[in-house]
Design a protein. Structure first.
Ligand code: ZN
Length: 217
């Protein structure tokens, strides 16, 4: 800094202008970076309260699934699915999934993409899923890529359907991550970042994760 100041005072006028211009550019760049960082933080701290509904009307959305463009149905599967994928793919550090059944290719691919970015992904599933060929394949795919999957083996179902993104955003509801659920079932998903709701889910996920031994990975 001192050296730059001395250089500015001792160098010819044209060079002074160049130095001054360079300095202003640097200040502007730092200001833009600061504003962007603050905006991202503010965006993430905004309250999130959203409810998605799926219904028998959603079955009609199979016809425009290929386009990935939402229709005007209030329970449009494509709009809802894009919302779910957006949440899942927003994970930067952790993605904790506790799901009874997952067969949806789009969601499975999103999970794999998140994992490939270095996000710590953990999945808890139910033993009954391994009886379902499509579910079993997804679990094998996840594990083959290195994702840790722990499975509850007991007479009682692990019937949850929730995911926690970065310990801050919760997706929960009745919806399994299957095409049947997304395109025809009457189901719901709540998306929230309310700490009073998210924190107990984080605690319960951690409890279940520790309870399921590594032997069941
Ligand atoms: Zn639709």
């Amino acid at each position: 800094m001192l050296r730059n100041t001395i250089a500015t005072l001792t160098c010819p006028p044209r060079n002074r202008v160049t130095l001054l211009f360079g300095g202003l550019l640097g200040v502007e760049l730092l200001w833009q970076i600061y504003k962007r960082t603050v905006n991202v933080k503010n965006e993430k701290s905004k309250p999130i309260d959203e409810v998605l509904f799926f219904s028998e009307e959603s079955s009609g959305c199979r016809l425009h699934a290929h386009s990935q463009i939402p229709c005007d149905r209030s329970s449009c599967s494509i709009r809802n699915l894009r919302k779910l994928l957006g949440c899942i793919e927003s994970a930067e550090e952790t993605l904790c999934i506790c799901i009874y059944m997952v067969t949806c290719d789009d969601i499975a691919k999103a999970i794999l993409r998140v994992f490939s970015r270095g996000v710590n992904v953990k999945i808890i599933a139910d033993y009954g899923m391994s009886d379902n060929v499509a579910c079993d394949k997804k679990i094998r795919d996840f594990r083959s890529k290195g994702i840790r999957v722990r499975i509850k083996k007991s007479a009682y179902l692990m019937h949850h359907k929730f995911a926690i993104i970065d310990g801050k955003i919760l997706l929960t509801g009745s919806t399994n991550w299957t095409k049947q659920a997304l395109y025809g079932n009457w189901d719901n998903v709540i998306i929230t970042n309310h700490e009073a709701i998210v924190a107990p889910f984080v605690k319960e996920f951690d409890r279940m994760w520790l309870q399921l031994t590594k032997d069941e990975d």
